[in-house]
Design a protein around this ligand. Structure first.
Ligand SMILES: Cc1cc2nc3c(=O)[nH]c(=O)nc-3n(C[C@H](O)[C@H](O)[C@H](O)COP(=O)(O)OP(=O)(O)OC[C@H]3O[C@@H](n4cnc5c(N)ncnc54)[C@H](O)[C@@H]3O)c2cc1C
Length: 365
C-alpha cells in the first residue's frame, strides 16, 4: 500500500487502517499539515479532538493550553509518522495510472530525480488548500489568506499599513484573518454571504464561529463606537452580508442592504456608523460602497478546496460541487484499490476523519 500525504489523515490511516505499517510506503512532499502556515496561531480544535490514536484521549501535543498552535500540532503529526514503522519517502506524486492489477505512481524528489512506484492499493491523503480567487480578482492583486499568515510581520506591515482591507468570506478563517490584519489597516471590512453565529451561544453547528472568531465579533461592535468617537485613527472592523461584489476600472464596488444586515454585526456596520462606512444610497434600496485599487488590499478567505495529484486518472473521476472525488464512508472510490481519506475526501476536521478500510494487501516480503 502507498499512502500519499504527510498530514493527520495519513497518520490516522497508518495507525488504524488495519494494514501493518511495514507493508506501507508513505510518500509526501513534506511532513506536516495543511494548517502549518498558521505557525504560532492557536488551532480551533482542542487537544482531544486532534488525536491520531482514538484510544489516547489526551495526546501530548502541547505542553500547556487547551488548543495547540499549528506549529505544535504539525510537530506532533511528524513525530507520529516518523515513529509509525512505515517506510517514509519525501517526494511529490504526479501522474497515477493503472497497469494491470497495479497502480503506477510517478514520483519526483528534489535532488534525486524521478521514478515510478508500484502499489496494489493507493490511499490519497493529500489534503486541501485555501480556495483561490477567480482569475480576474487574482490578476487585480487579491491574495489568499494563507499568504497573509506566511508573510514576515514587516512585509505584512508594509503591505497593509494604512490601507483599507476587504476580507471576502465569513468562516473562521475569514474572521481570524480580519483580526490579524485589523491593527495594521486603516479599516477592515469583512464581506460575508451569511451571518454564521457563535458556537454554542447562537448555534450548535460546531463548524460555525469558534472562540478565536469571537475577538473579531467584539472588534466590530467595539469599533462601531470607538471609530466614530475618535478623531485619530483606531482599529476599525466592519462585517456586512453583501449582495454583489464587482471589479470596476478604478477598484471594487459592493452592494448590501439593511434587511440582510439585521444581525448584531451587520447592523453596526451600515453607513452612518463611522467615516469608513461610506455607502451611497441606491434608488432600489440598499447601498453601494467603493474602494479605490490604490487604497485597498483584497484578501480571499472563502474556504478550502481538495488537493489531488495532477493525474489524468483522477481528473476523469466524478466530483461533487466542491470538487471532491466521490467516495463512500470507507474511503472507497469508483476505481478499485484507490481510496481517499481526510480533507481531500471532504472531511472538515481531524475528529471527523476515518481510515480507509482497504482490503488486505499482499505482504511485500
Ligand atoms: C486555516 C485553517 C485552520 C484549520 N483549523 C483546523 C482545526 O483547528 N482543527 C481541525 O481539525 N481542522 C482544521 N483545519 C482543517 C485541516 O486542514 C484539516 O483537518 C487537516 O489538516 C487535514 O488533514 P489531511 O491530512 O487530510 O491534509 P493536510 O493536513 O492538508 O495534509 C496533506 C499532505 O499531503 C501532502 N501532499 C499533497 N499533495 C501531494 C502530492 N501530489 N505529492 C506528495 N504529497 C502531497 C501535503 O504536503 C501534506 O503533507 C483547518 C484548515 C485551515 C485551512
Amino acid at each position: 500500500m502507498v499512502i500519499v500525504g504527510g498530514g493527520p489523515a495519513s497518520a490516522i490511516q497508518l495507525h488504524a487502517g488495519g494494514v501493518p505499517a511495514e507493508d506501507i510506503l508513505v510518500i509526501s512532499d513534506r511532513w506536516g499539515t495543511g494548517m502549518d502556515f498558521m505557525a504560532e496561531a492557536s488551532l480551533q480544535s482542542y487537544v482531544e479532538e486532534l488525536a491520531i490514536d482514538g484510544g489516547d484521549p489526551f495526546p501530548e501535543i502541547t505542553a500547556d493550553g487547551l488548543q495547540p498552535s499549528a506549529r505544535e500540532y504539525g510537530a506532533f503529526v511528524r513525530r507520529t509518522l516518523l515513529s509509525s514503522g512505515a517506510t517514509l519517502a519525501e517526494a511529490r506524486i504526479g501522474e497515477i495510472s493503472r497497469n494491470g492489477d497495479l497502480f503506477e505512481l510517478q514520483i519526483s524528489a528534489a535532488g534525486s530525480g524521478s521514478g515510478v512506484v508500484r502499489a496494489e492499493q493507493v490511499v490519497l491523503a493529500t489534503g486541501s488548500r485555501p480556495r483561490r480567487p477567480p482569475t480576474a480578482w487574482a490578476e487585480s492583486g487579491a491574495l489568499t489568506f494563507d499568504l497573509i499568515y506566511q508573510m514576515p510581520p514587516s512585509r505584512r506591515r508594509s503591505l497593509l499599513g494604512g490601507r483599507s482591507v476587504v476580507v471576502v468570506g465569513s468562516g473562521n478563517s475569514a474572521m481570524q484573518t480580519a483580526a490579524l490584519v485589523a491593527p495594521l489597516a486603516s479599516d477592515t471590512l469583512i464581506l460575508a454571504t451569511r451571518y454564521q453565529g457563535m458556537f454554542p451561544f447562537e448555534t450548535l453547528d460546531r463548524f460555525a464561529w469558534r472562540s478565536h472568531s469571537a475577538l473579531t465579533c467584539e472588534l466590530v461592535v467595539k469599533s462601531a463606537q470607538s471609530c466614530r468617537d475618535s478623531a485619530s485613527s483606531v482599529t476599525c472592523v466592519r462585517f456586512l452580508v453583501y449582495r454583489s461584489l464587482s471589479l470596476t476600472e478604478t477598484g471594487l464596488e459592493m452592494e448590501y442592504t439593511e434587511e440582510d444586515n439585521t444581525n448584531i454585526l451587520g447592523s453596526r456596520s451600515l453607513p452612518g456608523r463611522c467615516r469608513h462606512a461610506t455607502g451611497r444610497k441606491l434608488p432600489a434600496g440598499g447601498w453601494s460602497e467603493r474602494r479605490s485599487s490604490t487604497d485597498v488590499v483584497v484578501i480571499w478567505a472563502t474556504g478550502s478546496e481538495p488537493v489531488y495529484p495532477p493525474s489524468q486518472l483522477l481528473e476523469g473521476i466524478d466530483k461533487d460541487v466542491r470538487g471532491s472525488i466521490h467516495c463512500d464512508s470507507s474511503g472507497r472510490t469508483d476505481v478499485p484499490g484507490l481510496y481517499l481519506v481526510g480533507a481531500c475526501s471532504g472531511r472538515r476536521s481531524v475528529n471527523e476523519m476515518q481510515p480507509a478500510l482497504a482490503a488486505s494487501v499482499k505482504s511485500i516480503r
